[in-house]
Structure formats: C-alpha cells, structure tokens
Design a protein around this ligand. Structure first.
Ligand code: IYT
Ligand code: CU
Ligand code: CU
Length: 363
C-alpha cells in the first residue's frame, strides 16, 4: 500500500488481556505449555476481527494569510478508488480566534483541480469576497467547493472551538472506493482578518485530522438534507420543509446529530418527525438559532427512529428587515433554509433520496 507522508497505518492490536494466572501457565511444564500456546492462539484468533487497518488523514490549510474579511479557502485530498474507508472521528485543529467556521465536503471532483500539487488552495466562497493584490488581480485561484459531478455532501462542520466528533460505536461515513466520494474538500471561513493585516508574520494552518477504518463498520452514517427554494418575503415569515422518507417501511434510520443553516435573516430552524399513521404526534429532532455556530449538534432525542413512510417537517423563521424580498440563493445577498440530519442505519444502504426540496413561500 502506498502512503503519503501525512498518512499513518496503525494495525490495532488484538485485545488479549491475559490475567497473571494466564501468564503463569506459560511458564509451566512442556505438556501444559503447548496447551497454553493453543489457548493463546484461540484468544488471538477470536479477536482477529478487531485486527484491521486504521488510517489517519490530515486535511489542513498550508499556512495561508487571509487578508479580506469573510474569505473562504478550500483545499482537497484525493481518496483511493481501490480502497473503501469509513470515517469514525474528526479531530479539529483550529482556533476560533482566527477561524469562523470549517466544513468538510465529500466531492466526486474538487472545485479546483491541480495535479501533483499536494498543498494547493483556492478561494471557494459563495458568500465571501476574494483576496486581491493592489492592482485588483485575485491572489488565489477561485472556484466552487466541489466540481461538477453528481456527488457533493457535507460530512462535518466545526465552529467556536468545538471539540472532536466521535461517531457512535460501529458507525462510519463511507468514502473512497466506489462511493462516488473521491475527494474530501476542507473549506475554511475566515471572518475577521485584522490580526493577519496587523501582523505580516501571521499565518494559519487550520485543519481537521480524521480517523478512518477499513473494516469493522456495521452501521453507515449518512446526511439527509432538507432545503427550501423560492424567496423570503418582507417582515416576519416562515419557510416550511415538507419531506417524505420515500422508502420501504422496513428501512430504519437513527438521526443522531443535526445542523441548521440560513444566512443573515434566519432566526430559528427546527425539524420534527411525524411517524406514519400517527396524527398529531410530532417528535422534535432538533432546533437551533442559525445565527449561532452552524455545527452538527446532538439530536434532541437520540433514540428517535425514522422509518420509510414517515414524514419530516421543518421550518425556518426569518426576520427580513430589508425592504425587499430576498431570494434563496448562494450569495450573501440571498437566503437559505437548510436542516441537515446526520443519521446512522444498520446495513450498507443509505437513503436512496438524500435530500428534499420545498418551494416557498407556502400560503
Ligand atoms: C440552495 C441551498 O440551500 N444550498 C445549500 C444546501 C446544499 C448543500 C450542498 C445544496 C446542495 C449541495 O450539494 I453540499 I445541491 C447550501 O449551499 N448550504 C451551505 C453550503 O454552502 C453547503 C451550508 O453551509 O449549509
Ligand atoms: Cu463562518
Ligand atoms: Cu447558504
């Protein structure tokens, strides 16, 4: 197996907890020492399923100097198409003093491709501004986060010195191999850049270390994305998200984290489970103030079970103080209404339909 410098392979050792009496066995007469050897072999063989490869990947900014407030930078890492991996934890390495938020995307191709350049960055802000030299020329290449292609998904979000995110036991995000996720892209949003402007020596290397395994995962993690399109009317209003989990009723998913996203005008985002056949019962999955850090927070009730045929209803509340309607769109002048639901499911099939779109306003 070929490995780049920032990858490490550690084979996990079998859990072989010998008691002192086990150890004494080993020092006994020849006949019983053969028996001991056999029992030790049995212990090792029964633990063989935990001997699998763990990989540590590192995705970080190559010491950049953002000089424009609200700039977004991206860097990518190519995954191995011959090797399926499962992300089991994310360890952030960033400081909220410099960085506003970080997202990790799974992409089929990155928004900017530069072959054989391990540490390239490009500016990838939809809502941000670009860093330019005195003559107004962009200092960096610009591009989308993910390139054209069918696959793009958010896999992780960090803000405000959030701690590491460990997925539940046996749960992992499947990447690489034949998943269609051939690249991971790290996007870093720099909010205020005055520290960088004041100190020409100051650079930033914010990033995420993520641990993957190649075996031992029996539950897949996925993201279900609810979003609106249309526009936000003036004054106070709500966008509704109406979603049907269009799967056989035998399909079962377990939401365990959620993330909300609007731009400047959103005041509250929430989503509820409405089990099929039950009327007037709504179970809160999560609600949040989208002006607070937009990370993945633990679901309100982590034992909620969603089945095929159930509905999920969400909403975004807005206070549109601008004297005009505001379109749903990708720039800072636009708005969005998103509720991301991180779930796990037993077996190896994620939801066939990973997102749900609702037109708004609905009267
Ligand atoms: C129009 C809209 O709501 N865009 C969202 C959700 C979205 C995310 C991804 C839509 C698609 C995607 O492939 I990934 I199609 C949106 O852009 N949300 C922002 C990020 O830029 C992803 C966010 O922070 O949630
Ligand atoms: Cu941010
Ligand atoms: Cu947005």
């Amino acid at each position: 197996m070929l490995l780049s410098l920032n990858e490490l392979v550690i084979a996990t050792k079998p859990k072989c907890n010998m008691t002192s009496s086990d150890k004494n066995h080993l020092n006994l007469k020849p006949s019983s020492s053969i028996l001991s050897l056999i029992s030790v072999l049995i212990i090792i063989l029964s633990n063989i399923d935990v001997i699998h490869t763990r990989l540590i990947h590192d995705l970080a900014m190559p010491n950049i100097r953002p000089l424009v407030d609200d700039s977004y930078f991206c860097t990518a890492k190519k995954l191995n198409r011959d090797q399926t991996e499962y992300i089991v934890s994310y360890v952030p390495n960033a400081s909220a003093a410099k960085v506003h938020h970080i997202l990790i995307y799974g992409c089929s191709t990155p928004g900017h491709l530069q072959r054989d350049t391990p540490h390239y960055v490009w500016e990838c802000g939809e809502m941000g501004r670009t860093n330019r030299d005195e003559s107004g020329q962009p200092l960096y290449e610009t591009g989308q986060v993910c390139g054209k292609g069918k696959h793009s998904t958010i896999l992780y979000a960090w803000a405000l010195d959030a701690p590491a995110l460990e997925l539940p036991e046996g749960v992992g995000f499947k990447i690489g191999g034949d998943t269609g996720i051939d690249y991971l892209v790290l996007q870093v949003h720099y909010g205020h850049t005055h520290d960088f402007q004041a100190n020409p020596e100051l650079t930033d290397d914010a990033g995420i270390v993520f641990r993957t395994v190649t075996e031992g995962i029996d539950k897949l993690a996925g993201i279900y994305l609810m979003m609106s399109y249309g526009y936000v009317q003036k004054g106070l209003s709500r966008h509704k998200l109406h979603c049907l989990i269009n799967e056989p009723s035998t399909k079962v998913i377990h939401p365990f984290r959620f993330r909300t996203h609007t731009h400047k005008l959103g005041t509250k985002v929430a989503a509820f489970l409405l089990p099929r056949g039950e009327t007037n019962i709504m179970h809160l999955i999560g609600q949040h103030d989208p002006q607070k850090p937009q990370m993945f927070y633990p679901a309100t009730n982590s034992s909620l079970v969603v089945r095929g045929g159930d509905r999920i209803e969400g909403y975004c509340e807005y206070n549109n103080i601008r004297n005009r309607i505001v379109n749903i769109g990708a720039t800072g002048n636009d708005e969005m209404c998103n509720f991301y639901m991180m779930y796990w499911t037993e077996g190896h099939d994620l939801l066939k339909q990973p997102d749900c779109l609702t037109q708004n306003p609905t009267w």
